[in-house]
Write a protein that binds this ligand. Sequence first.
Ligand SMILES: O=c1ccn([C@@H]2O[C@H](COP(=O)(O)OP(=O)(O)O[C@H]3O[C@H](CO)[C@@H](O)[C@H](O)[C@H]3O)[C@@H](O)[C@H]2O)c(=O)[nH]1
Ligand SMILES: [Mn+2]
Length: 743
Amino acid sequence: MEGQLTATTTPLHSHKLLRRTTFNHLYMVVYATALLSFLYHHLTTLLNTSSTSYFIISFLLLLSDLILAFSWVCTQSFHFRPIRRQEYPEKLTFKEGKKQLIPAVGNKELIPAVDIFICTADPHKEPPIGTVNTALSVMAYDYWPEKISVYVSDDGGSQATLFALMEAAKFARHWLPFCRENNVVERCPQAYFNGSFYPNRSLEGDKMKTMYESMKVRVENAVERGKIEEGQIDDEEMLEAFSKWTDDFTRQVHPTVIQVLLGTMKDKDVTGKSMPNLIYVSREKSKIHHHRFKAGALNTLVRVSATMTNAPIVLTLDCDSYSNDPQTIKRALCYFLDPEIRPTLAYVQFPQIFRGLNRGDIYFCEHKRLFIINPLGMDGLYGPNYVGTGCFFRRRAFFGSPSSLIQPEIPELSPDHAVNKPIASLDILELAHCVAACNFENQEGWGTKLGFRYGSLVEDYHTGYRMQCEGWRSVFCNPERPAFLGDSPVTLIDLLSQSKRWMNGLLDVLFSRYSTLTFGIQKMGLLMSFAYTHYTLWPITSIPLTIYAFIPQLALLNGIPIFPKISDPWFLLYIFLFIGANGKDLIEYLLEKGTFERWWNAQRMWMICGLSSFLFGCIDYTLSSLGITVRGFDITSKLQDDELSKRYDQGTFEFGVASPMFVPMTMAAIINLVSFVMGLVGVFRSGVGNMEGLILQILLSGFVVSNCWPVYEAMVFRSDKGKMPTKITLIAVFLASILIVGS
Ligand SMILES: O=c1ccn([C@@H]2O[C@H](COP(=O)(O)OP(=O)(O)O[C@H]3O[C@H](CO)[C@@H](O)[C@H](O)[C@H]3O)[C@@H](O)[C@H]2O)c(=O)[nH]1
Ligand SMILES: [Mn+2]
């Protein structure tokens, strides 16, 4: 369709500095001064110690505090110039026909097409019905359907996923007009039929619901059987597609499968209107070529989509992040169409927001800092980091810096190439297969200079970072109504495995030649590179967290005072630093619509991760760097069983499996309890006066104990499947006793 989008009145967006900024600056000065005096005090203590054990303890504490202090310095980047944006999609108007006069205000633009990438990788951990819902929710965007193409990348190479998308294509013919005609806001069918929107029931709605439910059953059955039998398919073309799953077709080794399920030129919905394109892509896999996980999948989609539609705007989504607002494309366009920011704008990132979190969000899946607070801060600098899903890119950004376009190996892949053949034509399909093959990337470029970057398990963070180093900028778009909703882990081990993978990926970047501390500083200056460094330091904070979880407590048990006495003025400084950091954090959390309960759980998860996923991430990274182990991308499960969901909804921690990651935290729980109790006993026996030097250590143990409540519960009081496995408890008790006796 020809036509133009115009902004009738400018501007399409605005932003303002957050009111808290002045306070932030003031706080920075005060806290930094306190921190400096604290480190000075530390150093003098260290230099004045005579005994060796005392020296070792002081040294470890100084090391911890230096790491924490540097991490604090890095976080200040987020508070330096935080901004909040607003966009006005209603100001985008549309004029049909090329010749029509367009009001001479604002900018004129041909309606940009959008290629939407959805990644899935495992039909068992990521049920295809979820992918179907995500695909349907974006196909139903309030946008010109012929301008939308949805590409689903299936790294699981699963017949069930292809089958599910075939079903989605059929259902879409009814669903899209239904949404349009009824002005449905909730365009993800599962969410619509479950949610609070469905009460306006209608005959038509009920019919849709029945249709949806029966599709769901067919899809789930297909997953269960794992194979599609001939009888289930009547379409010739589809039969041919399924025939690619020969006996030697495995997830790790198989040819490319590309199937156009809907083509906008030929397929119409039940009311006769055009449909978006829907394309299934399972790239070739072989044992000789590394597939580069998600980044590899996305680069394949960049190329395949270039041959088929080559839209200037690309949206990346994980299979679980469905669209929650049909206006989202227009919202993103408010930035992409602005001529002022356009030349360097690489991407518009929406926050990751999760559905179904329990009230207290016990595992801190919400990641309010990562997904909301910090991006607001980076937005006032060069823009937020890319978080893997819910992000609109300008295709051009995959091909070199804003000032120098890197031409890909064939002209058809270039961002300015115009596709002028129908997507299902033989030429196009042949080329699409060629660029999806494993050996296509043998040439230099992809993953280093072109497309999504390789070399880190957090391809999202790495890609956004490298683009910003090249001179690209980004925008954080955080509308009132969440644009996307996703799934989060519901068991502790899932969360920790995810977090461990992230830590591995962050270390990949920290120790690469593109390190945020060297390359980053050169390319982007201190503020931006410190913002990025804040993340690469996450795994490293396991060092101070581990030291603080054991050393002061063991010293307390041995009656060794390591912090200032109550009567010492330095005591107040310690208290101030603790309360200052936590208090500021809490205020910020509450200002961004958080609750105290969630904040408390967030700081608890920080401790838990510090003693598990951060620590094991570092170990994992070291082992694999030495070539001892091989790392992979453990996909986060998006499944939930009923009993498990019930425990999760009640806010009960799920341990259940005997993972080594639970050992250090369980040991810490035990040691802190013992030292806290012994400390209190000491105070009762000999009075506060004689224990003056140990009070801070007792308080610290008490604080850890109050955070460890779920661990005690899981060790002692629970009998359900999610309790702490006895094996872990025994190992932890054994190791903790050795530490106590040996110290
Ligand atoms: O070889 C792979 C591995 C994963 N994926 C897809 O990657 C996405 C993210 O995987 P998930 O297991 O959900 O990881 P999370 O840790 O929950 O994801 C976060 O962190 C990832 C980086 O580690 C980012 O890619 C994600 O966008 C971000 O949401 C999913 O859609 C997967 O299907 C692939 O396509 N191929
Ligand atoms: Mn995920």
